[in-house]
Design a protein around this ligand. Sequence first.
Ligand SMILES: *Cc1c(COP(=O)(O)O)cnc(C)c1O
Length: 388
Amino acid sequence: MAGRNHLYVPGPTNVPVEIMSAMNVAMEDHRSPTFPNLLKPILEDLKKVFKTETGQCFYFPATGTAGWEVAITNTLSPGDKVLIYRFGQFSHLWAQSCKRLGLDVELHEEPWGTGIPLDKLEARLKEDAQHQIKAVLATHNETATGVTSDIGGVRKAMNNAGHPALLFVDGVSSIASLDFRMDEWGVDGAISGSQKGFMLPAGAAILAFSPKALEATKTAKFPRYFLDLTDQINTNKDGYTPYTPSIPMLYGLRKALDLLLAEGMENVYARHYRLAEGVRKAVAAWGLTMCAQPGFESNSVTAVVVPADKDARDVISIAYKKYNLSLGGGLGELAGKVYRIGHLGDLNEVSLLGALAGAEMAMLDAGITITPGSGVGAAVEYYRSTAK
Ligand SMILES: *Cc1c(COP(=O)(O)O)cnc(C)c1O
């Protein structure tokens, strides 16, 4: 098929040409005297993206899923109680990973389309007078439903309850695209991956830990080897890694940080908000709804609910086969009910309008009654009226 594939899944996201070029390097010795000149500034500059001055950043040649395990196994012990709210496939999988690792998972169900219920969280933490809950696990941006939760609010609830639990945040689809403030929100472990806001291929788990979380590594009893933070700390201090890192990934990450910091994190967030807002205008103009309930809408991904008598899988398959457009599928209990438009990373108005146009064509072909051009038109008007 002529023309490029239009990649609008919420990860992997589009890799900018600058990053692809930066990754096209010869391999080099990761024990050389000059390797620290690459790694050390990366780990320092990551702090600006996580918005932490007191925390420490880490790179693992792994993915976001491993990031969950890094946080858990380095700070907790088997049988420890963790609290998690489940409202989508990623919070579901995080809870499942904790169960398999042998934690005592206190799982609370919330409707998919909503996020962390701050009042319930505060009430539950107040009830836990013995402080049996060792960590609160918060999915910042639930990629399956297009829902963003209020992490500052989670911190406030924990403080109001005077609860000392660690706060771990899955920011895989938020960090480097949505407003994230590690220090201000008192996040103890922030977990991200390379293939979303960082605009890289999959293959890096990127994390930040607070001094409190790092202190907890000294008493954590989970067995760990590859994902051990102590080995990272001991080697990173001299600019090295405990085992072979991905050299192209590190050059790509260097370039990604340069691009993000040159744009400025506040501008990155504003761009994601504006692009997302155009998608929301389009969904409304189609006469459809989003999975995300009001107040929870994500600026990095939108899950569009198709009419009950239609199958969103048809939209996704037509978009791919007929129009070379990749849309995200409905995960878990949302299979067939929603399709997802990823709008994070390297994109602008015109590229996203292409995705909206492709979604319109695919929906029409799938028998969904919308007015051709209605969503694109609404987004066009919004982008024009808000262009600088
Ligand atoms: C993508 C994603 C993950 C999983 O990351 P992998 O890199 O696929 O392991 C975890 N949590 C959220 C919120 C995600 O969006």
